[in-house]
Design a protein around this ligand. Structure first.
Ligand SMILES: [Mn+2]
Length: 387
């Protein structure tokens, strides 16, 4: 049994003000080609199909085209899809029973009634059956009503109890597809800027991998850098594209999982993909950065940090003359650094109202009105009371 494990397509995502449609189409087309070449027995997509719960018409078309191209491959390759925290479970579930007839299996919503269970698809190979369990992204509140009062107090409880009630036969080969924030004891997966907003402060949404370690493979989504968590067979596959500057050194790829007998070691391979445009950080003097532009890299997404001590003539225009996709330009020299230090000193003014007045003036270039000042005084005294 050989299957592809993908996740976090985030179709419809924008990078700063750039529309990533062409980049996403380009990378999905490579996946179609890889599917033709490697002929997987299934393609698993572990959540965050779309970037937004209400995807644009353009985003839906991109995903529709991808599924159509996959479904045209013969013999047909089943596709297993779960909702991630970015997806709308109900919208993703649309027409899912019709799509199942075409070998596309979608699990948007977790079980709603006591007699409803996880979507399970069984595939066969020469070693027997493999059961794929599709666990859509869930919060404790989605499934609490399925259990006795007080059983579900955390994400960890919710996932554990939902899996327990499946009565899984662990003598068979089983694969779980999930989009929760899995951790291993005190160890958290390595995160990056494009997923940071999804993780609630305090880490209460984590699920310990002990809840799922008896599966033969756990195909995870949610974390954007490829990595295992706790065990070799429990893996985040990561995004297909770099979605933030913090991911500039990631090796974006997808996972190919090869399973044989129940007790044979699983073979796991990350296959690299080539993006339409890379995402890079360019740091240095303006002149150096400009001289590094080549025919092959000038259309990359570039984040620039200028180190010049002397102000350059229209640096933005000069950079835009050579690089076509600039994400941002920052200046890091002794002047900007001392400005930062100075402003951090000024924040040490012991009266927060005065500190805010100064900040307000820096931002707005005007003094606060009486009403604005009153509002701040009220907020500050409110905070002081609650401390
Ligand atoms: Mn994601």
């Amino acid at each position: 049994m050989k299957f592809f494990h993908l996740s976090d397509l985030h179709i419809g995502k924008q990078l700063n003000h750039y529309n990533l449609r062409d980049d996403q189409v380009f990378i999905l087309n490579q996946l179609v080609e890889k599917s033709k070449e490697l002929r997987p027995d299934a393609i698993v997509i572990a959540g965050d199909i779309y970037d937004k719960s209400i995807p644009s018409a353009e985003a839906v078309t991109v995903f529709d085209d991808f599924l159509t191209k996959i479904s045209q491959i013969q013999p047909s390759i089943p596709v297993f899809i779960i909702a991630g925290n970015h997806d709308s479970a109900e919208r993703l579930d649309f027409a899912n029973s019709i799509l199942a007839k075409h070998n596309v299996f979608i699990a948007g919503l977790p079980p709603r009634d006591k007699d409803e269970y996880l979507k399970k698809i069984t595939l066969n190979d020469e070693f027997g059956e493999v059961d794929f369990y599709l666990l859509p992204f869930l919060k404790p509140g989605y499934v609490r009503h399925l259990f006795e009062d007080g059983d579900i107090t955390s994400y960890d409880d919710a996932v554990r109890k939902i899996i327990e009630r499946e009565n899984i036969d662990y003598s068979k080969r089983n694969v779980l597809v999930s989009h929760q924030f899995f951790t291993f004891k005190d160890l958290k997966p390595e995160t990056c800027d494009s997923e940071i907003s999804l993780i609630s402060v305090g880490g209460l949404d984590n699920v310990d991998v002990s809840a799922v370690k008896d599966f033969d493979y756990v195909a995870l989504g949610h974390i954007h850098g490829p990595q295992k968590i706790g065990y070799e067979h429990i893996r985040y596959t990561g995004t297909l594209l770099k979605y933030s500057v913090s991911e500039r050194n990631h090796n974006k790829s997808f996972t190919v999982v090869n399973m044989q007998n129940k007790n044979d070691a699983i073979k796991i391979e990350q296959i690299k993909l080539k993006p339409l445009r890379d995402l890079r950080l360019e740091e240095g003097l303006l002149e150096e950065i400009i001289s590094r532009a080549t025919k092959d890299n000038k259309d990359d997404y570039v984040s620039v940090i200028l180190k010049d001590e002397i102000d350059q003539y229209k640096p933005k225009d000069q950079l835009e003359n050579v690089y076509s996709h600039i994400l941002e330009i920052r200046v890091d020299n002794s002047r900007t650094r001392s400005k930062l230090e100075a402003s951090s000193e000024e924040i040490e003014i012991d009266n927060p109202v005065t500190a805010f007045e100064k900040f307000f003036f820096d931002m707005q270039s005007r003094e606060m009105t009486e009403d604005e000042r009153k509002a701040i005084v009220e907020i500050v005294s409110h905070i002081k009371e609650s401390e």
